[in-house]
Write a protein that binds this ligand. Structure first.
Ligand code: ZN
Length: 277
């Protein structure tokens, strides 16, 4: 990110606002972070990433996310089972998720969703667990985190089904669908989160779509350790890199980075009910 000591980069108004960002989707429990997790979180905070949500993908990973959140005041946890891990679900895993939901600093259910790209999980099993996790979200009044890969239309169908039971509060994470899908999700009450992918040259359609999104529904994320943004592409992704994605969104919307940061931070805090530190 641009050095805050270089006054020429900032207008007086901009430099008086401290830069804040929330990385709404990171897999901080991944093994690749075991050696230097504390340093990574420190680097994120130094870059203005004041809060981050560590997302579970299995019962074990969800438990680790809860443990990490207990350890670092900037980290919160989401607990759930990712569609690509459903064939590994053991007896009792779902009950563990239902229990973990009540742990301190758990702010969301997920990640859940549908994936037709990795053909590893029967699709009806994916739908069953997607509905189960949306139902849990409605019962415990926590938002849910949706992964959609080559299954956008199916996701919208399932969201509509869940919406017939009650209100939806959730986020389409690392959104890569088209404009009608994004608008349908927003109409159903969802937020739309953008990751490093929007910084890639081939992602022009996504950048066009960002211009059409209501500003109060946009979130930013890294999905670290996967798919780092363009300037750091190929490196292990980490929460501090969310600034690269935020910068692209800010440029597309003609806003200073600090203002885009403030707005997406407010969106993340309202969706996940994060405390203002
Ligand atoms: Zn993820």
């Amino acid at each position: 990110m641009k050095g805050s000591t270089d006054d020429t980069l900032h207008t007086p108004e901009a430099s008086s606002i401290a830069m804040t960002l929330v990385d709404t989707h990171a897999h901080l429990d991944e093994e690749g972070f075991d050696k230097d997790r504390a340093e990574i979180i420190e680097r994120a905070v130094a870059a203005g990433v004041v809060q981050m949500v560590s997302i579970g993908t299995t019962a074990d990973s969800s438990r680790r996310a809860v443990e990490i959140a207990a350890q670092y005041p900037q980290v919160f946890a989401a607990v759930g089972i990712h569609p690509n891990y459903l064939t590994h679900v053991k007896a009792g895993d779902w009950e563990r998720i239902e229990e973990l939901v009540r742990a301190p600093r758990v702010v969301a259910i997920g990640e859940t969703g549908l994936d037709r790209y990795w053909d590893t999980t029967p699709f009806d099993l994916q739908i069953e667990y997607f509905q189960k996790q949306m139902d849990l979200s409605q019962r415990v009044d926590l938002p849910f985190v949706v992964h959609a890969r080559e299954a956008e239309a199916d996701v919208v169908t399932e969201l509509r089904h869940a919406a017939s039971r009650g209100g939806l509060r959730g986020v389409m994470h690392s959104f890569t669908g088209d404009l009608p899908t994004a608008l349908a999700c927003i109409e159903l009450g969802m937020h739309i989160s953008f990751a490093g992918m929007i910084t890639y040259k081939r992602s022009q359609a996504l950048r066009d779509l960002i211009q059409e999104m209501p500003l109060d529904r946009i979130l930013v994320e890294t999905d670290s350790p996967y798919l780092a943004a363009q300037p750091v592409r190929g490196k292990r992704n980490e929460p501090s890199y969310v600034v690269h994605t935020a910068q692209v969104v800010a440029d597309l919307r003609g806003l200073p980075l600090e203002e885009l940061g403030a707005r997406t931070t407010a969106n993340a805090r309202s969706l996940f009910r994060l405390p203002v530190p």
